[in-house]
Design a protein around this ligand. Structure first.
Ligand code: ZN
Length: 138
């Protein structure tokens, strides 16, 4: 594919230590601006204590995502990194969930399922987070 690239960086202010922010509309608007019809979009956070995922955004499941992270990777559970930075759980959650996702773009739209919102996951907020959105295609 002869690829044309279009890239934008937006920022998101998170308000609490753990938070799930829906960024679907932000990503879809960059795809529309790009004019790219066929290709893919990369969503990336240049941060070591946040993550990007696609899944349902509904208040109870959002609480469940956070509960799951707290249970599996409890903050302050004797992690070595906490000796210097007090956020080891956030690094590990970011490592496991991942700092980027790639979604297909077809007919100028992001291809996603009904329950697949694009989510920024904050594990060490509140902070100002950058979201890099890169569309590539024709
Ligand atoms: Zn750290």
């Amino acid at each position: 594919m002869n690829c044309r690239a279009y890239s934008r960086t937006h920022s998101v202010e998170t308000r609490s230590r753990f938070e799930v922010v829906r960024i679907t509309e932000m990503v879809e608007s960059v795809v529309r601006e790009s004019g790219i019809r066929e290709g893919y979009v990369l969503v990336f956070v240049p941060h070591a204590t946040a993550a990007v995922a696609t899944n349902e955004y509904e208040p109870r499941i959002v609480e469940d995502y956070i509960s799951w992270v707290r249970r599996v990777i409890p903050p302050g559970a004797g992690w070595r990194h906490d000796e210097i930075d007090d956020n080891a759980h956030a690094h590990i959650a970011s490592l496991l969930i991942g700092q980027s996702r790639i979604l297909p773009v077809s007919e100028g739209r992001v291809l996603r399922g009904t329950w697949q919102e694009i989510l920024l996951l904050e594990f060490d907020g509140p902070r100002r987070r950058s979201v890099v959105i890169q569309v590539c295609g024709t």
